[in-house]
Design a protein around this ligand. Structure first.
Ligand code: SF4
Ligand code: F3S
Length: 112
């Protein structure tokens, strides 16, 4: 088991999760983060730290695609171990519809 970052991280990218992770398993894309499932130790401390509730256990219903998405992008995006500056308009994107499609152009193959 691992935890996964899901759609509501896109364009919110608060990075409070990074500050508490004991094993630095987050990776950073332009609009969101993902978790490396090979490094995550399932401690769960990041979940309540996310202001927009974007981090879930990969065993929850509907998380199979997000588990594939996190594994895929953790292998290509850069590691991040310190909280950066969130986007100025982060709060405006909380709960916005179809953020995945807007950020990635179409549904990512990992979610098909
Ligand atoms: Fe890091 Fe723990 Fe969150 Fe996994 S569950 S990403 S180890 S803080
Ligand atoms: Fe994203 Fe939440 Fe972390 S918005 S960067 S998963 S604190």
């Amino acid at each position: 088991m691992a935890y996964v970052v899901t759609e509501n991280c896109i364009r919110c990218k608060y990075m409070d999760c990074v500050a508490v992770c004991p094993v630095d398993c987050f990776h950073e894309g332009d609009t969101m983060l993902v978790i490396n499932p090979e490094v995550c130790i399932d401690c769960g401390v990041c979940t309540p730290e996310c202001p927009v509730g974007a981090i879930r256990p990969d065993v929850d219903d509907g998380m199979r695609g997000w588990a594939l998405f996190n594994a895929k992008y953790a292998s290509v995006w850069r590691p991040i171990s310190a909280k950066g500056v969130p986007p100025d308009d982060a709060s405006a994107w909380d709960g916005a519809p179809e953020k995945l499609k807007a950020a990635f152009g179409a549904s990512d193959p990992a979610l098909a």
